[in-house]
Design a protein around this ligand. Structure first.
Ligand SMILES: C[S@@+](CC[C@H](N)C(=O)[O-])C[C@H]1O[C@@H](n2cnc3c(N)ncnc32)[C@H](O)[C@@H]1O
Length: 258
């Protein structure tokens, strides 16, 4: 488990900087628009009991509660993300619908069949043991429930050095390929109903993120140090190169639990 690296990457300061580069409340590329798509494709209603796996600062959970008024539980392994998401839920008077819990997605602290819907945005790339992750999703989702998630995917060949560089930059482990989730989901009783290639969108969004990072140069250099800005630029350049070379991409999968 890469917990120390995740705690560093998504520390209070780290998540705050990523949110500034990405979008308000979100640490994922698609942000609110992506939550809307997942909600529509999973047919989330006011009565749905939703779990948001790897909820970060709570962007997807808060948005679902605010727009659909369903009950949402956000789970994240990083305590400071959970704390911040909880503050945001309270300050927006959404805490009667949303709550956040610290925990590992491969050993979820929930009873069997607790949720009708599981969503997740760009979190699974961080989880080394995807078999245990999908097994635990299968356990906590009710029969007939829907799993709807986005993830970063490896779409082209990488050398061992490239792969290590991308894993380091993303704090990722065993990044899935467009095909690898199919077998894993099937093994644990899910049937894929829709699978989309979002690589072109991710590539485009990353270009915009690099422009935004550049615009934050003076602010980051003054608030932290020029070295911090340099590290962020180098790290994000590794990811952008992988997108531009079509080695890294994205996907969205909707699957039903039988
Ligand atoms: C790229 S961020 C996305 C956050 C959020 N879904 C969003 O859209 O803003 C990935 C999140 O997954 C969380 N995460 C990584 N590994 C996890 C695990 N094993 N269990 C629970 N959360 C995890 C990280 O702490 C991080 O907050």
């Amino acid at each position: 488990m890469n917990i120390d690296a995740l705690n560093r990457n998504y520390s209070k300061i780290g998540s705050g900087l990523i949110e500034k580069m990405y979008s308000e409340d979100f640490l994922s590329l698609g942000g609110r628009a992506s939550t809307d798509i997942l909600a529509r494709e999973a047919a989330i209603t006011q009565d749905s009991r939703v779990l948001d796996v790897g909820c970060g600062l709570g962007g997807g959970s808060l948005h679902l509660a605010n727009t659909i008024h369903c009950h949402v539980m956000g789970l994240d392994i990083v305590q400071s993300n959970v704390d911040e998401a909880t503050v945001r839920a309270k300050s927006r008077a959404l805490d009667h619908l949303v709550s956040f819990h610290q925990g590992d997605a491969t050993a979820m602290p929930f009873a069997d069949g607790t949720f009708d819907i599981i969503i997740s945005q760009d979190a699974w790339c961080h989880v080394p043991d995807k078999d245990r992750l999908v097994a635990d999703c299968a356990r906590v989702i009710a029969p007939g429930g829907t799993l709807a998630f986005t993830d970063w995917l490896q779409i082209g060949e990488m050398t061992a050095a490239e792969s290590a560089a991308v894993d380091g930059a993303l704090v990722a482990a065993n990044i899935a390929t467009p095909d690898s989730y199919g077998g894993l989901l099937g093994k644990h009783g899910f049937t894929i109903s829709q699978q989309y290639d979002t690589s072109a969108d991710y590539q485009e969004q990353y270009r915009a993120i690099m422009v935004r990072l550049e615009s934050m140069k003076d602010d980051i250099s003054e608030t932290y140090s020029p070295r911090v800005y340099g590290v962020m630029q180098d790290t994000n350049a590794i990811i952008q190169r992988a997108f531009e070379e079509k080695k890294l991409g994205g996907g969205r999968i909707i699957a039903r639990k039988t």
